[in-house]
Design a protein around this ligand. Structure first.
Ligand code: DC
Length: 216
């Protein structure tokens, strides 16, 4: 029988998790699941429907009427692909805000756990190795300095024609690190049994190679 295994990839914003996880998935022929995209999609729906994160009842009502799926590299919100809509600086902030809401985390973690049951996956996020897939066969904690992460994000945003300065991007990264690491529920931290990889001075291929070595 085919061996089923899960790879959990956690780390701060901009460390390269999704690009690297996507590449590893392709090389190993397994599914890639971007859990950040799910929080972004919820944040996007809250924004477009005008639901306040401070109104738990409205959030609960919205969640009951929300379908989220991630498959074949696409994020589906109520059956529609919202890949582009969720990739703006505003949606980064919305995702961070909504990721603190217990009901949001509960719903998404349930979906994510179910996705990791049936088949081999590589899943990236903030709480995958510590919470969602605590028993994952492989756990990677991917970091890079805040300055390097800001430099990469800044170049990406410039290519898309966004007008944020490097200083603004760096400040944004620092704020999100703080928010992700200090929130009460499932904050970002390295699982005790995760292998830490610092990508500050490594390129994407080197990190992918390292993970492939670890998975063997
Ligand atoms: O990885 P990303 O930048 O797309 O994530 C967006 C936000 O979602 C990020 O600020 C933290 C949150 N998030 C989370 O709390 N738990 C996850 N497993 C993934 C993302």
């Amino acid at each position: 029988m085919e061996r089923i295994f899960r790879i959990a990839v956690d780390g701060p914003s901009g460390a390269g998790k999704s690009t690297i996880a996507k590449n590893v998935a392709k090389k190993l022929g397994i599914d890639y699941i971007d859990t950040g995209a799910m929080y972004r999609a919820i944040g996007y729906k809250m924004k477009t429907e005008g639901v306040s994160p401070e109104d738990p009842e409205a959030v609960a009502r919205m969640l009951d009427a929300t379908e989220i799926d991630f498959s074949d590299g696409n994020i589906y919100l109520d059956g529609e692909i919202v890949n582009e809509e969720i990739r703006t600086p505003e949606m980064s902030t919305m995702a961070s805000v909504c990721s603190k809401i217990p009901a949001v985390r509960e719903k998404l973690v349930d979906i994510q756990r179910a996705m990791g049951q049936r088949k081999s996956v590589i899943m990236d996020g903030r709480d995958i190795g510590t919470n969602v897939l605590k028993d994952a066969e492989y756990k990677i904690y991917l970091t890079a300095s805040a300055e390097e992460r800001a430099r990469r994000r800044f170049l990406e945003l410039q290519e898309k024609g966004e007008t944020q300065t490097y200083e603004e991007v760096l400040e944004d990264i620092r704020q999100r690190d703080h928010s992700d690491m200090t929130r009460e529920l499932n904050p970002l931290r390295k699982a005790d049994d995760a292998i830490e990889l610092d990508s500050t001075k490594m390129d994407i291929d080197e990190v992918v190679e390292k993970i492939l070595e670890i998975v063997g």
